[in-house]
Design a protein. Structure first.
Length: 583
């Protein structure tokens, strides 16, 4: 046992010495800067730790481990762990962080000895601050003097910081402490560089701000220039009326490519800056020029007018044709005529019936129906070359139509009445229209002959209006006829009668009626050859027996339905004869 103890002590000493040697050999430190190989060192070593080098971007950094070294001049492998799940094996590497935050960056270097002390590790915390994101919404095509909204409300900072807004509108105006939405009016056309800078107010050098720029095209409407008024001397009807138009003095402050559209005032148009047009009539024309700069905005169009005057002499305008009636005053107004303000203009109306009047405006009535031509004649004492100017209007003086009606004036209820207005005539030969009113609420447009059945008895006034359709006060004529529609009376002779011979008996027909309330006449036939008239009568029978008594009532309407008869049996009793015989 004592022999073993010295042996154990020697082994223990060897182990301790070996451990001390390994510890000395593996005295490892690390650094961000790689220096290369060094034969004077006995272990992997590094200089003092250094900060990573940030690039111009706030979230991009350059990491440099080139100062790390191995004393044995062995090759070294590098492994970067950037703390965001990304790694690299390069000694010098750039890395970009996508989010703000604090990251623990770890560098591991390893030689190829394969020993447990072949790796050195160092870690450093890194603060990453991403700048805010500037987002600008704006209409990039707008009109001058138009209110536009610049919207930066979608800008954000991933750290949740409140943002400050600085605006530069590119026209010499700016707002240093602005809102997320600003309103701007550009007064002149042009291209403006609008700049928005958002600041998260963290004060982290260049990492607290972000700037965005947009070019805004402000369109100013073009200026159309159709040229000066074109005044020509009097031109004959077959003269040359070719006119040249020039819009070259039109302009656009934005130097846009312009298009030109001409409307010559006579229904014709043309395109182009310089155009020519041949007119066909000697009149005044208002020529319209439309200039467009090609933008789809509401400020891309400009309009100008130029007047073309072929004839400075007066141009008479007698007005529209007219239809009127004889004896009616008609207005004649020539104020729509063109009259040159220079010189003296005489105006004479010639009415076509041998009459005339002076002045632009007057009245005249025609005594007879017919067709007339009324002319207005204008003459300017300074421009007799083109005078006089004459314009004519047609005047039709209408003749009234005439009409009469033929019809049966009395008719029984239920019978159809024929009305005949075929005798109507129009002196002008116009086709007539017939409008019938039958007095019972029925109105009908029909021909000259119509049939009508009345549904109730009574007195009706039927009227026809004939119309020549010229729309004048003398275009119609009216005729009427009275029609009596008769309802038969109803006779009532009263009850049966019993009476005595040679005695006066009463007869009463007062219960008889007439639906039309006509006055009735009464005729009694007593059946014994005696006839009497009257509503109430008396009669004496001279013989006994049964007699057929009839009463006839008449409404005196002169129709076939004017009478009605009723009757009864009268029993006439003879008085017995008393005879006394005494024996």
């Amino acid at each position: 046992m004592e022999d073993i103890i010295p042996h154990i002590k020697r082994v223990t000493m060897v182990i301790v010495l070996l451990f001390i040697f390994i510890i000395s050999f593996c005295n490892i430190s690390s650094a961000w800067v790689f220096k290369g190989k060094s034969p004077d060192k006995e272990a992997i070593a590094a200089n003092t730790n250094q900060e990573p080098i940030a690039s111009l971007q706030c979230n991009q950094f350059t990491f440099d481990a080139s100062s790390s070294y191995d004393p044995d001049n062995e090759n070294i492998d590098f492994l970067w762990d950037f703390g965001d799940g990304k790694t690299s094996t390069k000694p010098i590497v750039s890395h970009t962080y996508s989010k703000s935050g604090i990251y623990d960056v770890k560098l591991s270097i390893t030689d190829n000895s394969g020993l447990t002390c072949s790796t050195a590790v160092t870690t450093q915390s890194l603060v990453v601050h991403l700048p805010p994101k500037a987002i600008l919404a704006i209409n990039e095509e707008i009109c001058s003097n138009q209110k536009t909204i610049l919207d930066a409300s979608a800008s954000y900072d991933d750290s949740g910081s409140n943002l400050a807004y600085e605006w530069d509108f590119g026209d010499g105006t700016s707002i240093t402490e602005g809102a997320s939405k600003e309103t701007k009016i550009f007064t002149k056309g042009g291209n403006y560089r609008v700049s928005l800078t958002v600041d998260d107010t963290s004060g982290t050098n260049n990492c607290s701000k972000n700037t965005i720029e947009k070019i805004v095209h402000v369109n100013e409407p073009p200026v159309a220039n159709a040229g000066d008024e074109i005044i020509l001397k009097c031109i004959s009807a077959d003269g040359d009326m070719l006119i040249n138009f020039d819009a070259s003095n039109s302009s656009d402050i934005n130097n846009d490519l312009l298009t030109y559209h001409w409307d010559f005032g006579d229904g014709e148009t043309a395109e182009g800056m310089k155009v020519s047009h041949q007119y066909k009539e000697l009149k005044n024309y208002d020529v319209k020029l439309i200039v467009k700069d090609g933008t789809i905005l509401g400020c891309g169009t400009s309009v100008d007018f130029v007047t073309v005057r072929f004839n400075k002499a007066p141009i008479a305008n007698a007005g529209e044709d007219i239809i009127s009636c004889a004896g009616v005053d008609i207005d004649f107004d020539g104020n729509a005529s063109f009259i040159n303000k220079k010189g003296t203009v005489s105006a004479v109306w010639q009415f076509g019936d041998g009459e005339s009047a002076n002045g632009l405006k007057t009245t005249h009535s025609y005594s007879k129906a017919g067709q007339y031509k009324a002319s207005l004649v204008l003459e300017n004492d300074l421009n007799k070359m083109c005078s006089p100017s004459r314009d004519t209007r047609n005047v039709a003086i209408n003749s009234s139509p005439s009409v009469t009606i033929k019809a049966v004036e009395s008719v029984c209820l239920g019978n159809v009445v024929e009305f005949d207005a075929s005798s109507a005539e129009d002196p002008d030969g116009d086709t007539l229209e017939y409008y019938w009113s039958f007095g019972d609420g029925t109105i009908l447009k029909s021909g000259p002959k119509v049939n009508h059945e009345y549904k109730q008895g009574g007195a009706y006034r039927t009227t026809v209006i004939v119309d020549d359709a010229k729309g004048t006060a003398c275009s119609t004529a009216t005729a009427s006829v009275n029609v009596k529609v008769n309802t038969p009376p109803i006779a009532d002779a009263g009850p049966n009668l019993s009476c005595c011979v040679d005695k006066l008996a009463p007869f009463d027909a007062s219960a008889s009626t007439d639906p039309d309330e006509d006055t009735l006449s009464y005729t009694w036939d007593f059946g014994d050859g005696t006839i009497k008239s009257g509503e109430k009568v008396s009669h004496t029978y001279t013989k006994s027996g049964k007699f057929n008594v009839l009463i006839t009532v008449n409404d005196n309407s002169q129709t076939s339905c004017n009478k009605s008869t009723a009757g009864f049996i009268a029993e006439v009793n003879a008085t017995p004869v008393a005879v006394i015989k005494i024996r």
